[in-house]
Design a protein around this ligand. Structure first.
Ligand code: DX5
Ligand code: ZN
Length: 217
């Protein structure tokens, strides 16, 4: 059984005090900081980029998990790595023709790499690259916004990815992103996810530390 890691998404943080928010996450027991990078092209929203990662790197020791929801991620991989990303995940839908190359490029910068699929992309599309990933990210909402409802079909995809990971014999994390709550986290973990992204659930909680502890337990 892999260690469960809670990765709050700073998409739901107050952007006007991001430093304090991330320090609070660290104090409240978060394992990873999930950074949602959106370009307004791949998804219908715009967030932040390299500079945010660079500045957060200076104030936290937590791993920075950079989820790139951008077109042509290969153009920016090296700069995110240099800014201090610990892991960079890229969407199959953004690099259908060069996913292997982009993952290799990420690895070559010394940063961990991961492939992501949207709710309407089957696991088969990334099956061949899973063994070269440090993490596989299954989207359980359509990317772009926090606070959406968990799409239950993601559970079956987690089981499929888990089977592929086990067969590979490699140490690969399985991450879930979107609509995770204190109510559904148990079945998500049972289906195979060990890195749990939670945005609105953590940031709306009246007691952040208790919420993170509950998600982890
Ligand atoms: C959606 C992002 C998610 C989002 C999750 O595009 O990738 O990381 O912040 O937010 P919640 O946990 O509120 O669904
Ligand atoms: Zn995300």
């Amino acid at each position: 059984m892999k260690r469960i890691q809670i990765a709050p998404s700073i998409l739901s943080a107050n952007f006007s005090k991001m430093g304090e928010e991330v320090i609070s996450l660290e104090k409240c027991g978060a394992d990873v900081v999930h950074c949602d990078v959106m370009d307004g092209v791949f998804v219908n929203n715009i967030t932040f980029g390299i500079k945010m990662v660079e500045d957060l790197r200076k104030i936290t020791k937590l791993p920075l998990d950079c989820h790139l929801m951008i077109v042509h991620p290969e153009k920016y991989v090296e700069r995110f790595a240099k800014a201090g990303a610990d892991i960079i995940t890229v969407h199959y839908e953004a690099c259908q023709d060069n996913l292997k190359e982009v993952l290799s490029l990420i690895k070559s910068t010394g940063v961990k790499c991961g492939a992501v699929i949207n709710p309407d992309t089957p696991v088969e599309k990334i099956a061949d690259v899973i063994p070269m990933c440090d993490m596989v990210l299954i989207m359980s909402v359509f990317p772009g916004f926090g606070g959406q409802k968990f799409i239950p079909e993601a559970l079956d995809k987690l089981r499929q990815v888990k089977a592929i990971v086990e067969k590979s014999g490699k140490d690969i994390d399985i991450e879930i992103d979107g609509g995770v709550t204190e109510e559904n986290v148990e079945e998500i973990k049972a289906a195979g996810a060990n890195v749990i992204v939670a945005g609105s659930t953590v940031f709306k909680a009246s007691d952040r530390a208790a919420c993170i502890a509950k998600l982890k337990a």
